[in-house]
Design a protein around this ligand. Structure first.
Ligand code: ADP
Length: 772
């Protein structure tokens, strides 16, 4: 039976002691202090036990745990405020068996417990395992200095070791109390081991949570840090802040502009590339150029249309003289375009006619009339598909094609876009530009036009396309089918005079800084310029000559000549040098073997003097002057007709056997073709053979058959206007072309005699002069 001891009781609040601990305990309650006092008189030993509830001020037996510790008071300090601090040495466990309230304090009867150490293998293993776990905990928790562990690990007594470990662990008081009440060393160690395992687990979880939070914070910091580092590195590499500035400039523009999602993405990607490139490299220059293109293209920018047709009419009227039919057609086109514009209207306006008749300026008027931007792109000589659609960016020096380039220049995605000279497109091994053009103009495809360089789809469907051509025949068929064709023809001299008076001269005068009163044109001066200085269907040369005139006048004024500078027919030569075209064709003497034909070319109509001569030889037909196949055949047909008529024409039966016949068309450098010179060549031949002169004021056109029938031809209007210009009086034309006379301007018609013919005999009858 264990011995019972009686000791003064010290109840503890909020703390626990384990045997083998040396610890300070502060005592505030008078009854407790009295208990210590009592102990000091005897053997300095008291019994420390924890009270179950911290708040109990005067605990009785029921308020206390049963198991506590026997301690020896080593020192007593008296602190201010009546607090007594005692340093105690904790000796061993004890269990309360009896309890008595004395006057000043309480005392308890206790039995003491000594640890029973057994030296079994199991105990040793358990001790080691516990020690290891504790070591791990010390290392990982870092709550106590590692030296503490060293001092502990040398301890041989397992129970003591367990108690010390227990005192270091951060356990709840109840758990600690339980450990205190566990007298079996083995049980105690087992409990501590599992507590350590649990603590380590908690530590792991804690560390995980900690490191996750840490990571989040770190990422932000790391990014910042890296960015700063990149800045430093770039600086070291010679990249300056200009680039940063440039990039932020770009970003700003992109943020402010209106771009489709796809474009924004592409821009973002390019800017990221740019950021990583050395700013002076050639790649970065290329990327920048591309970015500039993407930024500047008017992806979503459209101008508002002026919808008043009346307004359009006024502008067209104001900008151009005459052209009544053309203006009406354009207004109709605009009206239809307005009504169908949301329905993929497939029409493209095509203005066909010789140079200088106002196609370009009409197109720009259309733009003004409907309040849109205007761009003009010339397709003359374009042979490479890439010129329309751009080069891929992989090529050095790649650029977008002319379409995208024009759109950028326009600055809106719905401009009036003039494609000049579509008939001059040519194909080559570098792809077919007309196929690319077809795609541009096709409303089914141009909604997402993809330039090779830009490589993103651009919507071209809002563009109003106008194309011009000199020759309808040269426009690729599929293109032509989509077009609303409006033909403009040569101007007559009267029209040219009006245009010059109202538009060209005032414009040139102003351009050269002359006031209205500083220059005066005498009567007939413009007419003189038209007839003697120009020979054209349109008014380009005329405008140029008027410009030259104004320049000369301006110079005279600067040199001190008196104003107004008066220019009349007499002194015109001083201003414009010598006339280029002195004599009209018709004013020349009639000759044998020379007939006047009429030709239609891309630059308008022209007359075509045709010479024939008869040489001694052996029946050869010589054709010179770059005649095409059709024209050569036509000459042969003419000859056959003459041979069939040798009797009527009073020619020797074998005239062709002993002679060579030579037909030549002057201006030999210019290729000529077509069947319409048939009757002219035949007439020249007959004249040469019969020695009869051909009227020089008569011009003719018509195809000839073997039997001498005269077949219809094209381009009569242009031809006749040209003949009139050359002073012709009579026009011989195929009977079937008679209805085309209507198209010829009245002023011209009134001055000419038209002789429609069905057969070559009739031609000869009017064209050849009798011997007298
Ligand atoms: P195209 O494009 O048919 O070759 P342009 O439009 O370049 O011809 O015309 C040449 C010049 O003649 C321009 O200055 C234009 O304004 C002027 N012009 C042509 N036709 C007329 C007209 N009917 N009224 C006024 N000016 C005209």
């Amino acid at each position: 039976m264990a011995e019972i001891r009686t000791l003064p009781l010290v109840p503890l609040r909020g703390m626990m002691v384990f045997p083998n601990m040396m610890i300070n305990v502060d005592i505030g309650r008078p009854r407790t202090a009295a208990a210590v006092e009592a102990a000091m008189i005897k053997d300095r030993q008291v019994f420390l036990v924890m009270q179950k509830d911290n708040d109990t001020e005067d605990p009785t037996r029921r308020d206390l745990y049963k198991v506590g510790a026997v301690v020896e008071v080593r020192q007593i300090f008296r602190l201010p405020g009546g607090i007594v601090r005692i340093l105690i040495d904790c000796l061993r466990r004890g269990t309360i068996k009896g309890y008595r309230e004395l006057e000043n304090y309480a005392e308890v009867d206790i039995v003491e417990h000594y640890d029973k150490e057994t030296n079994s293998r199991e105990m040793e293993a358990l001790t080691r395992a516990m020690a290891h776990k504790f070591e791990e905990w010390v290392r990982r928790s870092q709550r106590i200095p590692p030296e503490t562990f060293v001092s502990i690990s040398v301890m041989e007594n397992s129970g003591r070791l367990a108690d010390i470990i227990a005192s270091h662990l951060n356990l709840q008081l109840e758990v600690k109390q339980d450990l205190l009440a566990t007298f079996s060393v083995k049980r105690r160690m087992e409990k501590i081991y599992s507590l350590l395992v649990k603590e380590l687990e908690i530590l792991t979880i804690e560390q995980n949570i900690g490191s996750k939070l840490q990571q989040q914070v770190e990422k932000v910091q790391k990014d910042f840090y890296l960015r700063e580092q990149i800045k430093v590195i770039k600086k070291e590499l010679g990249d300056d802040e200009d680039k940063e500035e440039e990039l932020s400039e770009y970003r700003k523009k992109i943020a402010e502009g209106d771009y489709p999602e796809e474009v924004k993405k592409a821009l973002d990607k390019e800017l990221r590339h740019l950021d990583l490139m050395p700013s002076m490299s050639s790649e970065s220059a290329m990327v920048k150029m591309y970015v500039d293109w993407l930024i500047e293209l008017p992806w979503n920018i459209a101008t508002d249309d002026e919808t008043e047709i009346k307004h359009a009419e006024e502008i067209l009227e104001k900008d151009h003289y005459g052209l009544e039919k053309v203006k009406t057609r354009i207004l109709e086109f605009l009206a239809v375009h307005r009504l169908t514009k949301d329905k993929q209207s497939p029409t493209i306006l095509c203005l066909v006619g010789p140079p200088g008749v106002g196609k370009t300026s009409l197109a720009s008027s259309v733009a003004r009339a409907i309040g849109r931007k205007f761009v003009r792109v010339s397709l003359g000589g374009v042979r490479d598909e890439a010129e329309i659609r751009g080069h891929r960016r992989t090529y050095i020096g790649a650029l977008p094609g002319r379409i995208i380039e024009g759109i950028k220049r326009a600055g809106s995605n719905n401009p009036v876009f003039l494609l000049d000279e579509v008939d001059k497109l040519s194909t080559s091994y570098q792809g077919d530009p007309s196929a690319a053009l077809l795609e541009v103009l096709d409303p089914a495809q141009n909604v997402s036009f993809r330039d090779h360089y830009i490589d993103l789809s651009f919507d071209l469907s809002k563009v109003l396309w106008i194309v011009t051509a000199n020759n309808l025949g040269n426009i690729p068929r599929p293109l032509r089918d989509r077009m609303e064709i409006i033909t403009l023809s040569s101007y007559t001299e009267v029209e040219k005079l009006e245009i010059a008076k109202r538009y060209l001269f005032p414009r040139q005068r102003e351009k050269n800084g002359l006031k209205m009163k500083s220059i005066r044109l005498g009567a007939g001066v413009i007419e003189e310029i038209i007839t003697k200085y120009t020979k054209e269907a349109g008014v380009r040369e005329l405008e140029r000559e008027l410009g030259a005139l104004c320049r000369k006048a301006a110079r005279s004024i600067v040199e001190g000549k008196e104003i107004p500078i008066v220019i009349n027919k007499k002194n015109l030569v001083e201003f414009l040098e010598k006339p280029k075209y002195v004599k009209k064709r018709a004013e020349k003497e009639p000759q044998v073997g020379v007939a006047t034909g009429m030709a239609w070319t891309e630059v308008g109509g022209d007359i075509l003097p045709t010479e024939a001569s008869v040489l001694t030889g052996k029946g050869e037909l010589i054709l010179t002057g770059q005649l095409g196949d059709v024209m050569q055949e036509s000459a042969r047909a003419g000859l056959s007709y003459i041979r069939s008529r040798s009797k009527t024409l009073k020619l020797a039966d074998d005239f062709y056997k002993k002679h060579d016949l030579h037909i030549h068309l002057p201006e030999g450098a210019i290729p000529k073709d077509g069947p319409s010179a048939g009757i002219t060549m035949a007439t020249a031949l007959v004249s040469a053979l019969t020695k009869k002169k051909v009227r020089s004021d008569l011009a003719m056109t018509g195809e000839i058959t073997l039997r001498g029938n005269v077949l219809p031809i094209g381009g009569l209007k242009e031809k006749v206007i040209a003949a009139y210009r050359e002073g012709m009086k009579t026009i011989v034309l195929p009977k079937e072309n008679e209805r085309d006379i209507e198209d010829i301007p009245q002023v011209v018609r009134d001055k000419l005699e038209f002789v429609p013919v069905e057969h070559m005999d009739e031609v000869l009858k009017v064209a050849l002069l009798s011997d007298k």
